[in-house]
Write a protein that binds this ligand. Structure first.
Ligand code: ADP
Length: 167
């Protein structure tokens, strides 16, 4: 059984993430989407870990071999505990590569886990959760960049934030 993990913060999941998950699901028997639930970073997030995982659960249910889990601590430990042989990362641009190469080499020095890089589909190469949030905050149309269920929740959350700030 070949298992892979797609790790990230997914705050929120975008069509770029989904493209990588879909392609990983063709390459591996089982794929776990691992959502970082680190408490110290939670203040900086727009969505809670539960919300991010809930959105992923919904959009990943279309794939028969993809599950969603939270992880805290070392990704290599998560892989060891679950018998996962590969970490799948999407590469958008050369700027992703430096950091990802360093991480991949560090991870393989800790355990025997391999990192597999999947090049982004060109239509998503500019896409990052942080940018989606920024554009949506200022009223830009992000409907082609995130799944429709995520778009609804993103709009709602940004409105909540706005009314909190106005108070
Ligand atoms: P982001 O960089 O959007 O904040 P994450 O930290 O959740 O997202 O990223 C998790 C993984 O998804 C990373 O390996 C990242 O390279 C990949 N990824 C994110 N967006 C894209 C995209 N548009 N195309 C390919 N891979 C992507």
């Amino acid at each position: 059984m070949r298992r892979a993990v797609c790790p990230g913060s997914f705050d929120p999941v975008t069509n770029g993430h989904l493209d990588i998950v879909a392609r990983a699901s063709q390459l591996f028997d089982e794929v776990v989407v691992a959502v970082g639930v680190n408490k110290s970073k939670s203040k900086a997030r727009l969505f809670t870990a539960e919300e991010r995982m809930g959105m992923l659960d919904e959009v990943c249910s279309a794939f028969g071999n993809v599950t969603v889990a939270g992880f805290d601590g070392l990704l290599t430990t998560f892989c060891q505990e679950r018998g996962i042989q590969a970490i799948v990362k999407g590469l958008r641009a050369v700027s992703d590569f430096d950091y990802e190469l360093q991480m991949a080499q560090m991870n393989s020095s800790l355990t025997a886990v391999e990192t597999v890089f999947i090049p982004t589909s060109p239509e998503y190469s500019f896409l990052a959760s942080s940018l989606v949030k920024e554009v949506a905050t200022f009223g830009g149309d992000v409907s082609s960049l995130v799944p429709s269920s995520v778009l609804g929740r993103l709009t709602e959350r940004l409105e909540e934030r706005r009314s909190e700030e106005d108070r």
